[in-house]
Design a protein around this ligand. Structure first.
Ligand code: HEC
Ligand code: HEC
Length: 245
């Protein structure tokens, strides 16, 4: 399908789902991609708030099962500032709590438990539930579909000047700074879209510290997207890149 027609189709689906199913309720699911260090399931509850200036994505995440105590859920947020071009994005690890947004939370960030940039090279990530174990209602599935269209439509996002990238020997940086961690994956089957220029469906360049996300996408045949291909030679180059060669 030509790109323009496809975009119109996506916008159509988005509008229908917004009209029929929109409410502010969060959605809880078992993540397909995120796992605990010892390979157990991770549960996410995501809420989305939007006004003319900003989109706010909030998430509670449990590494201790879906019935964990409230204080065992990590609280995270991603704020997309839509008043700037390109849009700027701010990541926050917050003290445990409810998924109610207020701008005062921007100054309440605590130390990152993990380096957000490792997986979030372009702001919010597409939401992929483990379909077998999540058993979501139609309403929740349509909500995720609409949210994902929004996430795909941002284009390349820029790091917010408010992003705190300071860290000590005991804390985790938002983004690793070493040169080797920031080398760019220069493989044509990926840089077609992951180049950072403002184009439809484009994303930020991928770096070596994004290897975990790159591997997940390749192993699950999610990247390159449907209709695009990756040569054997490029696959091998990506493998070498991930290994640090
Ligand atoms: C190991 C990879 C990984 C790391 C590290 C990570 N995230 Fe995520 N995050 C994801 C994935 C994948 C999703 C999409 C939900 C899903 O499919 O499970 C997500 C979703 C989110 C969402 C919901 C909106 C969206 O992007 O879909 C927020 C908010 C969020 N992450 C914040 C953070 C913050 C803040 C940090 C750092 C403190 C962080 N994340 C670190 C993988 C990661
Ligand atoms: C046709 C454009 C296109 C091509 C080609 C492409 N991607 Fe992507 N990629 C996207 C879009 C759009 C997203 C966000 C939506 C999603 O996750 O499906 C994305 C997301 C990703 C992410 C998650 C980080 C992010 O930006 O959200 C990784 C990792 C990734 N792609 C890896 C790859 C790799 C590796 C290749 C090459 C083998 C590749 N992609 C080729 C368009 C593309």
């Amino acid at each position: 399908m030509p790109v323009k027609l496809f975009s119109l189709f996506l916008i159509g689906v988005l509008m229908i789902s917004v009209l029929l199913f929109w409410d502010d309720n969060p959605v809880t699911f078992q993540s397909l991609e995120s796992q605990t260090i010892d390979g157990r399931s991770v549960y996410n509850t995501i809420a989305f708030y939007s006004n003319s200036k900003q989109d706010v994505w909030m998430m509670n995440q449990s590494h201790h099962g879906v019935n964990a105590q409230a204080e065992q859920w990590d609280r995270l947020a991603i704020v997309v500032d839509k008043s700037t071009s390109p849009n700027e994005v701010l990541f926050l690890q917050l003290p445990p709590g409810t998924l109610q947004w207020s701008d005062s939370l921007i100054s309440q960030g605590i130390d990152n438990k993990v380096s957000c940039f490792q997986c979030h090279s372009n702001g919010p990530r597409l939401i992929r539930e483990d379909k077998e174990n999540s058993k979501l209602s139609i309403n929740s599935k349509l909500k995720i579909l609409a949210w994902n269209l929004r996430i795909k439509s941002y284009g390349p996002l820029k790091e917010s000047p408010l992003q705190d990238n300071s860290f000590t020997a005991e804390t985790t940086p938002f983004r690793h700074q070493a040169k080797i961690d920031n080398e760019i994956l220069a493989v044509q089957s990926c840089t077609k879209c992951h180049h950072g220029r403002d184009e439809l469906l484009a994303r930020n360049p991928l770096t070596r510290q994004n290897s975990l996300a790159i591997s997940f996408m390749m192993q699950n045949n999610l990247m390159p997207p449907l209709g695009f291909s990756v040569s054997q030679e490029d696959k091998e180059q990506i493998q070498r890149f991930i290994q640090g060669l």
